[in-house]
Design a protein around this ligand. Structure first.
Ligand SMILES: Cc1cc2nc3c(=O)[nH]c(=O)nc-3n(C[C@H](O)[C@H](O)[C@H](O)COP(=O)(O)OP(=O)(O)OC[C@H]3O[C@@H](n4cnc5c(N)ncnc54)[C@H](O)[C@@H]3O)c2cc1C
Length: 398
């Protein structure tokens, strides 16, 4: 998409991932009710549907339907009916919850959402990189764009949905998505057999210290296999070496073309999320579950809330009048995911320090229980009981 760009917009959204797309669609839907629609430019440095999207593509079914105005059936690769947890010595524990999640085709979802944003009036221009966002001056920020076009765009509101680490607004009093950034690697793998409706998660230092390894099916033939390493272990266990070892030990028959890298900002969301008409959303604001590392729905929710708050402040001139709307954005986020993520963040350090023997002991106990009686809380509590000192350390989750 390469819509001609103007030099002035009400909203410039940087990044057309889940956060930016939902922000653009949210403003577009509001525009349908307005006499003077807001003008919106949605920028991305690449085509946001370029494969492979750096992701394992699992989301909760209910969450997706709650946030996205229209979920296309074609986005769903496979339903998820449960999780197989695998302990360091290979003991498997199956948690069944039919229909609880879906594996999605993110590339197609991004494409369809960008088309919706465009139909709702946004100018979508991809393969254009935002390289700087100026301070707020005379009611505008200036976004510098470089790439196939070079342009300076004035914006009344900027939404930074550019993922982890771009750093727009650095030096201003605003959160950054650069806190507890963890390395992740994945590969699209064929030649394996696996249950297609179950995701597999491997916990233990011999797989992925401080994080976990996974196999998430794309279909019967191709699976997304990857791992994320806890930041504090990243030096002693480089992700590429951990991935090579994991594949060699666990899936020696796998056919792997390429490894793809990623970074997951797994901290918690700091305050404020907005200042002087610059809003942060999604990974750019650390909106990621610190232990599961899920961030798709979180980014969508962040983008939606940022867009709503942006529409509230755009007509206001004084910063003090805007502050309550920035706070409402943060409290909306806290209600949706932020408070839960903070609790998980507090339990993360002890979780990362769980020893392999503890996971094995818990898995041995759970493996004796009939699968229909396994619940997530039973898995969690059995793991805690395997090392009672964990109960106190992880009390924020109880
Ligand atoms: C390997 C891996 C597996 C994952 N698996 C899952 C999973 O199974 N489930 C889940 O919920 N989450 C998962 N996540 C996390 C999830 O992918 C992210 O949290 C989510 O994509 C965040 O969305 P976002 O819109 O904030 O950022 P992004 O998806 O990163 O989108 C940002 C967009 O901004 C563009 N951009 C960046 N800089 C600029 C710039 N300067 N100018 C213009 N455009 C720019 C990028 O090209 C990109 O399209 C995974 C992450 C990784 C790395």
């Amino acid at each position: 998409m390469k819509d001609a760009l103007n030099t002035e917009y009400d909203f410039v959204i940087i990044g057309a991932g889940p956060a930016g797309l939902l922000a653009a669609v949210t403003i577009g839907l509001e525009n349908a009710k307005r006499q003077r629609p807001y003008t919106v430019a949605l920028l991305d440095k690449r085509d946001p549907w370029r494969e492979p999207v750096s992701c394992a593509e699992a989301v909760s079914t209910r969450g997706l339907r709650e946030i996205v105005p229209k979920v296309e059936p074609a986005w769903i690769r496979e339903p998820i009916d449960g999780v197989v947890f695998i302990s360091p010595n290979g003991t498997q524990v199956t948690f069944r919850q039919p229909g609880s999640g879906v594996l999605i085709d993110r590339a197609l979802m991004h494409k369809n959402l960008a088309e919706s944003a465009q139909q709702l009036g946004a100018h979508c221009h991809f393969r254009a990189r935002a390289t700087a966002v100026s301070r707020y001056e005379n009611g505008r920020r200036t976004v510098k764009v470089e790439g196939e076009i070079n342009l300076e765009i004035k914006a009344r509101v900027v939404i930074d949905a550019s993922g982890p680490g771009a750093g727009f607004g650095k030096g201003e009093n605003i959160t950054q998505g650069d806190f507890d950034v963890e390395p992740a690697l994945f590969a699209l793998v064929s030649g394996l057999e696996y249950p297609v409706n179950y995701i597999q998660m491997f916990f233990g230092r011999n797989y992925a210290p401080g994080g976990y390894a996974w196999l998430f099916p794309r279909d019967k033939h191709v699976a997304n296999v990857g791992l994320v390493i806890g930041k504090k272990f990243a030096k002693e266990a480089p992700a590429r070496k951990a991935m090579q070892d994991f594949l060699a030990k666990t899936y020696p028959g796998a056919k792997v073309e390429n490894f793809h890298g990623g970074a997951i900002p797994c901290g918690y969301t700091q305050d404020p999320l907005a200042v002087e008409n610059l809003f942060k959303a999604g990974d750019a604001a650390n909106m990621v579950n610190p232990i599961s590392r899920a961030g798709i729905l979180e980014a969508m929710k962040g983008g939606q809330l940022a867009a709503r708050a942006g529409m509230q402040v755009i007509e206001l001139s004084g910063e003090p009048q805007k502050v309550p709307h920035y706070r409402a954005y943060k409290s909306g986020w806290d209600e949706a995911y932020g408070k839960a993520n903070m609790r998980i963040h507090r339990a993360k350090a002890p979780f990362m320090d769980i020893q392999d023997a503890t996971f094995d002991k818990a898995a041995r106990s759970l493996a004796k229980i009939p699968p229909e009686k396994i619940t997530m809380s039973r898995i969690f509590l059995t793991t805690l009981w395997s090392t009672p000192s964990l109960i106190w350390k992880m009390r924020s989750l109880i």
